[in-house]
Ligand binder design. Sequence first.
Ligand code: GRF
Length: 197
Amino acid sequence: MLRLGFFASHGGSNMQSIIDAIKSGNIDAKVSFVISNNSDSGAIERAKRERIPYYHVSTKTHYDTDSFIREIIRIIDYHNADTIILAGYMKKLDDKIISYINGRVLNIHPALLPKYGGKGMYGRFVHEAVLANNEKKTGPTVHLVDNIFDHGRILAQIEVPVLPGDNIESLSKRVLEAEHILYPETIRKIASGVIII
Ligand code: GRF
């Protein structure tokens, strides 16, 4: 059984889609903890509601890099987590943490990587660029995380059409709906050995 540790900064809707899939028996996994760098995040609210252990770890709680990294490793160890799920986590994860968990770190990005990835390409900036380039399709990517933004091995993607009259809001909503299908489905495949990481 996978033991997942979530990292989330904002609403946590992707995290919720994975929790729901676990609760309904679709994924053989346990949610070990939620870490957020934002004490007001929706992700922390969801963790409370779901009775999942949660931690606020940020540059406010741990202002030097070493103690920040040590605290995260302590939490991973304490819960014996084997896979980290980034779900809207806005900080770059340090190499030491990635190697500590043997590279088993997943992220979801709201574009068809390798297009529209890299530093500064997040949230509405991604959809703005997709629209500015008149792309006919876009969609989320689940990938492994390495030390370059949006760069690790691509595990799964779903294509979503860009429709005439789309704006950033309509497009991001359509892509987010696809994220809520793709992320749980990819983790299900990892849990059942269909995707090997
Ligand atoms: C999603 O758009 C995801 O692609 C990106 O951050 C957003 C997170 O949304 N990495 P939520 O916090 O899961 O609702």
